[in-house]
Design a protein around this ligand. Structure first.
Ligand code: CBF
Length: 829
């Protein structure tokens, strides 16, 4: 009865404050309340970790208020929503980001200090949520922050892995992987929704049946698991809007494998049920190839099926006619990983909602958009037909039908050009028949996005040329970005305060284009002093970390030169190490007097190698042996140091990036789709030494070539250089440093032989030899600029001032306007 419920609601409101209060006494009371009743420790005796837990719960209460209000507001307004499907989200720590976005950081810091605790110390207690590998996953996290901040009605969907990305442990210079059971101490930022569960089906058979005289397909599954929702509220900055990131965990279903129970083998049947949980247990640790693994396919379908059921449920709550679906739903495929969603939506529309093929297909073509993050054809996912047919028999039929219709249409348009038809088909024929997930995604999406201008050009002229020729209107690009809330406000508070002071406003935190205003002060002596002081504070923090981690003391006067990212041949950490060996060799061979001119450097390298990637692991070991030799050479002293930072993750990045003077982005041109690490460094006023690859090209346009150290072959030259093969000349300096490794100058010569073989002669696919001279020249230019403090500081200010274009706020706005067609839906304050 509505009247009675309304009365009750009013009475309940009277019992509670409308909103939790944020004055120091209320906050202290709340924290102590959570110490006693949530953490269950005595409020008279609790340690830093327990204080963090209580603090996190107090913050979470405030987060939930806004989240509820936003969800209710969205429900009332019923706007078109974007559903962002991504198998990876690399959130890192949440506490600082959340309190800053909620605008209650200082209040909490005060309250804590009155209780005798330091906010920053407690923030350090939080573990990293590493539910992703690298660039793509961190991009998703930044994009969620921008979606919330810009008030867009969005929902993120992903998987709640029990084991995040492995922890990297270095033993004797070798990488070892250890499991990251990140949920060990609980996760205050998630809300388990035991009532939001969906069955997900696998295996089985498809039969033809008649329903109301119509023939239809019925999928009788062989296995069923339950998907349980875990919600992670994501607050926007300067808005009440707090959106949802819903991650799915697998639980055994009551209907899972009932057969085994009937056979009487109770223990085995229970063990089998537990196996269901393995679907969401582990994140695949390779950021490039996932080919042909059944568990990986199960993960993809599991999260897609649960998300699609959730989306349909939400739509059907308020709508009856499916023709309205495209007006309310935009489905974003973050790479091909969630592209089974296409077949799943089609299946639901055909088999469960009983729409005709024609109507269902019309809906599909209007709702999906696809972003690829890959450059190389080998990076495109393929699923063996046998595997797919066994696990998802109905989906395979649907994909075949989509392909049949597509190929028939295509023949009408291009005739019987069999080579092209073969290339464009979703099904790849061969010894192993495969489904090409990228072709499926391109064919079924209304828009295909690249992640930088160069990337998009490569997509149009190479990877998806056949499709571009057919449908040029489908192809767009959205240059990636990063969120300034995380990468300046949270990670570099002193720079944040300085920028606000000089711009006279904090508005840049929402409106990043205002950063350009710093250009007016690029030569201002007072700003220069303050700018250098901020850098120094951050360098001290980084130096202390290095010492605590490795025992190595580094000089603050040295240039902190950083290359941190996943270890990959194409990212050319090896080029960096060869350059360091060359520098070391030069210093050793210099007269003592000449050494005075050497610019001291602390070279910092960090990143994880995929566990099965042998060459990448050798690069890590090489870095360690070279560091061992250089760092223990007293003759060299502070002129050169090399440090490998183990277990590079989001929170380590938050400390490393603000402390860097120079950062290196060395990918062979044409191989990095975008790159986002460079954007974080740029925002922090770090100078870039880089190839003209991915989004770097656009950075040059923003800050000018004079403010960067560019080197190396351009993307279009790379192809020509490779063609030269054995006639390609490499400089003597290059051959000399490779020889030093081969001759055992750093030990382990047998172990490094295959690494050296990979970069000499025709095997040098990533062109380290060809780019070496140009690389050394760029390094020399960086040295020269560094000794001219005024020039360096000016370049640093101009780098930060020109970084505005690389905010995800801009990226998301472009997606909203040009791809998803959604409008902001702002929750009233
Ligand atoms: O688009 C985000 C990033 O994605 C990758 O990391 C990826 O996983 N494919 C690319 O390698 C990056 O270039 C890109 O910035």
């Amino acid at each position: 009865d509505f009247g009675e419920r309304k009365g009750q609601a009013e009475r309940m409101l009277g019992l509670m404050d409308v909103f939790l209060k944020n004055d120091p006494i209320s906050l202290q009371k709340d924290i102590l309340h959570h110490v006693e009743y949530t953490v269950a420790r005595s409020r008279f005796s609790f340690d830093d970790f327990e204080a963090y837990q209580a603090l996190a719960h107090s913050v979470r209460d405030r987060l939930i208020e806004r989240w509820h209000d936003t969800l209710i507001h969205f429900k009332k307004e019923d706007p078109k929503r974007v559903y962002f499907l991504s198998l990876e989200f690399l959130m890192g720590r949440s506490l600082s980001n959340i309190v800053i976005n909620l605008g209650i950081r200082d209040q909490f810091a005060d309250a804590l200090s009155q209780l005798g605790f330091d906010f920053e110390v407690l923030a350090e207690q939080e573990g990293d949520a590493c539910l992703g590998n690298g660039g793509l996953a961190r991009l998703s996290a930044c994009q969620m922050d921008s979606l919330a901040t810009l008030d867009y009605p969005a929902v993120g969907y992903g998987l709640r892995y029990q084991y995040g990305l492995f922890r990297q442990v270095i033993v004797d210079g070798f990488q070892h992987e250890q499991p990251d059971y990140w949920l060990n101490f609980g996760n205050p930022w998630e809300i388990e929704r035991v009532h939001i569960t969906y069955p997900v089906k696998f295996y089985g058979t498809v039969t033809d049946e008649f329903l109301n005289g119509e023939k239809c397909k019925v999928w009788v599954p062989g296995e069923m698991v339950e998907a349980v929702a875990y919600d992670n509220p994501i607050p926007g900055y300067g808005t009440r809007n707090t959106i949802n990131l819903r991650l799915w965990a697998a639980k055994p279903s009551d209907q899972h494998d009932m057969e085994s129970f009937n056979t009487g083998d109770y223990v085995d049947a229970v063990v089998n049920r537990q196996r269901a949980e393995s679907i969401s247990s582990i994140l695949y640790p390779d950021d490039r190839s996932y080919q042909g693994k059944e568990l990986r396919l199960k993960q993809q379908y599991f999260f897609v099926s649960a998300s699609v059921q959730d989306i349909f449920r939400r739509f059907k709550d308020t709508h009856k006619k499916f023709d309205e679906f495209p007006e309310k739903v935009a489905l974003q495929l973050n790479d091909t990983h969630p592209s089974l969603a296409i077949a799943e939506v089609m299946r639901v529309l055909l088999d469960e909602e009983h729409l005709s093929w024609h109507r269902a297909w019309d809906i599909i073509c209007k709702i999906f958009s696809f972003t690829t993050h890959t450059v190389s054809p080998e990076g495109l996912e393929k699923i063996p037909v046998d595997l797919l047919g066994n696990l998802l028999p109905r989906h395979l039929q649907i994909i075949y039908d989509i392909n049949f219709n597509f190929v028939e249409e295509l023949k009408k348009m291009i005739g019987l050009d069999y080579d092209r038809l073969t290339r464009m088909s979703i099904v790849e024929e061969g010894a192993v028949k495969n489904i090409r997930m990228a072709n499926l995604s391109v064919i079924c999406s209304h828009t295909v996005n690249g992640v930088s201008r160069l990337h998009s050009e490569l997509l149009r002229t190479k990877l998806f040329k056949d499709f571009y020729d057919l449908w040029p209107h489908k192809f767009q690009y959205k240059t990636n970005g990063v969120t300034q809330r995380r990468w300046i406000v949270v990670s570099n508070p002193s720079l944040c305060a300085l920028i606000s002071k000089w711009l006279g406003t904090e508005a840049w935190i929402r409106d990043i284009d205002l950063l350009i205003g710093l250009r007016d002060y690029a030569t201002n002596a007072e700003l220069h002093q303050e700018w250098k002081m901020v850098k120094k504070v951050n360098k001290i923090r980084l130096a202390e970390y290095i010492e605590a981690m490795s025992g190595l003391k580094v000089s603050l006067d040295a240039m902190f030169d950083v290359q941190t990212k996943r270890i990959h041949e194409y990212k050319r950490q090896l080029l960096n190490i060869l350059g360091i060996i060359h520098r070391y060799d030069c210093i050793k061979n210099m007269y003592k007097n000449d050494r005075k001119k050497v610019v001291p450097r602390v070279c910092i390298i960090g990143g994880k190698a995929a566990p099965g990637y042998e060459i990448a692991k050798k690069i890590i070991k090489l870095c360690h042996v070279v560091a061992e030799r250089i760092n223990n050479d007293n003759d060299i002293g502070d002129l050169l140091k090399l440090v490998f930072i183990p277990d590079y993750n989001v929170s380590v990045a938050e400390m490393v990036i603000p402390g860097a003077d120079l950062s290196q982005h060395l990918s062979t041109a044409g191989h990095e789709a975008s790159g986002t690490g460079s954007m974080k460094f740029l925002m922090n006023g770090c100078l870039l030494l880089a190839t003209a690859d991915g989004s770097t090209i656009e950075m040059v346009e923003e800050i000018g070539q004079d403010n960067m150290f560019l080197f190396g072959a351009k993307a279009h030259e790379v192809v020509a250089l490779r063609k030269k093969g054995p006639t390609l000349k490499v400089p003597l300096q290059f051959s000399r440093v490779v020889r030093m490794i081969r001759d055992g100058h750093f030990g382990f010569e047998d172990y490094f032989k295959s690494l050296c073989d990979k970069i000499e002669g025709t095997s040098d696919y990533f062109l380290l030899g060809a780019d070496f001279m140009s690389y050394l020249e760029a390094q020399a230019a960086a040295d020269k600029a560094f000794v001219d403090e005024e020039r360096w500081t000016k370049m640093s200010i101009l780098s930060a001032a020109g970084s505005g274009r690389f905010s995800t706020d801009r990226t998301i706005q472009e997606y909203a306007e040009n791809t998803w067609d959604i409008q902001p839906c702002r929750c009233p304050f």
